[in-house]
Design a protein around this ligand. Structure first.
Ligand code: ZN
Length: 382
């Protein structure tokens, strides 16, 4: 039976407010999740009734930004009680069947106890969602959530604490806050390490990159993770930011990182999968040293306050088959999706024109002419 969060349960959950001291959080990270205390298994050991056989191949399903509406500036920006549960229903079948199903949670949970971040001007956006919406994510099979992005801090530390409480209580794996930089978990006998980074406040920052490399290296070597997944919310934004420049990208005067260099550094440090998002558009894909990089998976499901015109409305579900013993990408499928305004509600699957898939293919051929990725029919890649 699925674990659901009810308003009454949330009141109880909020009583023991989280401390934000690093020592306590690190202790929580290291000790609290049952998965993290599971002894490292010898991959050569024969499985017993207690230890499920480690799978040889796994399916990682990933999408980009999810924003389920916002209570800022008021609740008319949230989906109705009818639209909310339906918002992800059309894509639910293609999100099903993953060992890991990932999204970037573009925002924070918020309620009457949380304070919206100040400095609000004409073009300010704040993404706060009711805690009960975690059930929409769970019903769509998401079990791994990145919380490092430019909206993590929209409801300040209170919003981050509430988000942590809600996600922990819902039983999903997550990381990305500065005091929850990574997590370790097991699914179907395979051990995963995960971290989420962004060049913003309140999150695991992309700089210094040496610190992120150390986290990745430790997840692989000390924690003995079979598969290390990195979520990166970096790069400039918008329709003019679809290409990989292989340079540091500046957006609104801020350093948004060099996605190409950063992804390669983390793979060199031991990462197996790089899941990029943040530019709000699709970007190229790459296989580097046998590891898959999605440079930007686009606006996957954005209910309000996010532009969806043209390339901003195109996205895809990345279904990636991985070989566990080597941690290498085998093959995959890119299922094209789109959103359009007014709220219909989306996202929708585009099986006829496959605009998302064609966009990724064309960008890959342009930005990585040396790529050996084969683009087959119906979204298949290998
Ligand atoms: Zn963002």
């Amino acid at each position: 039976m699925k674990k659901r969060i009810t308003p009454a349960a949330l009141c109880l959950l909020l009583l023991p407010l989280y401390s934000t001291t690093n020592a306590q959080v690190n202790a929580a990270v290291n000790n609290t999740p049952a998965e993290a205390t599971v002894p490292v298994k010898d991959s050569t050991a024969k499985p017993t009734a207690e230890t499920p056989a480690k799978k040889d191949t796994i399916m990682i399903i990933a999408v980009g930004d999810i924003q389920l509406g916002t209570m800022f500036p008021n609740k008319t920006f949230l989906p109705s009680a009818t639209d909310g549960p339906k918002f992800l229903s059309e894509v639910e079948p293609v999100l099903r069947g993953g060992d890991v199903t990932f999204c970037n949670f573009e925002g924070t949970f918020a309620d009457a106890t949380t304070q919206v971040r100040g400095g609000i001007g004409q073009h300010s956006y704040r993404f706060g969602m009711p805690p009960s919406y975690v059930n929409y994510l769970k019903d769509a099979h998401f079990n791994l959530i990145g919380t490092a992005n430019n909206h993590t801090n929209d409801y300040e530390a209170g919003g981050r604490r509430l988000t942590a409480t809600v996600l922990d209580s819902a039983g999903v794996h997550w990381a990305g806050h500065e005091n929850r930089p990574f997590c370790v978990f097991e699914e179907n006998g395979v051990r995963y390490g995960f971290c989420a980074v962004a060049p913003h406040t309140g999150v695991l920052n992309i700089e210094p990159a040496e610190d992120i490399e150390k986290i990745v290296r430790d997840l692989k070597e000390k924690e003995k993770c079979d598969i290390v997944i990195v979520s990166m919310h970096i790069g400039a934004e918008g329709t003019s930011a679809q290409h990989i420049t292989r340079k540091t990208e500046i957006f609104l005067g801020a350093n948004r990182g060099n996605p190409h260099q950063f992804a390669h550094r983390l793979i060199d440090a031991g990462a197996d999968v790089i899941l990029g998002h943040g530019p709000h558009v699709l970007r190229a894909i790459e296989v580097y040293k046998g590891k898959f990089i999605a440079y930007s998976m686009g606006n996957f499901a954005c209910y309000s306050s996010i532009g969806l015109k043209g390339p901003l409305g195109l996205s895809a579900v990345y279904r990636l088959k991985y070989h566990v013993p080597t941690g290498n990408f085998i093959e995959g499928e890119l299922v094209s999706t789109y959103q359009q305004k007014p709220h219909t509600p989306g996202p929708h699957i585009d099986s006829t024109e496959q605009k998302g898939y064609n966009t990724i293919m064309n960008l890959t051929k342009t930005d990585f002419p040396e790529s050996t990725i084969q683009f087959g029919k119906d979204g298949h890649i290998k």
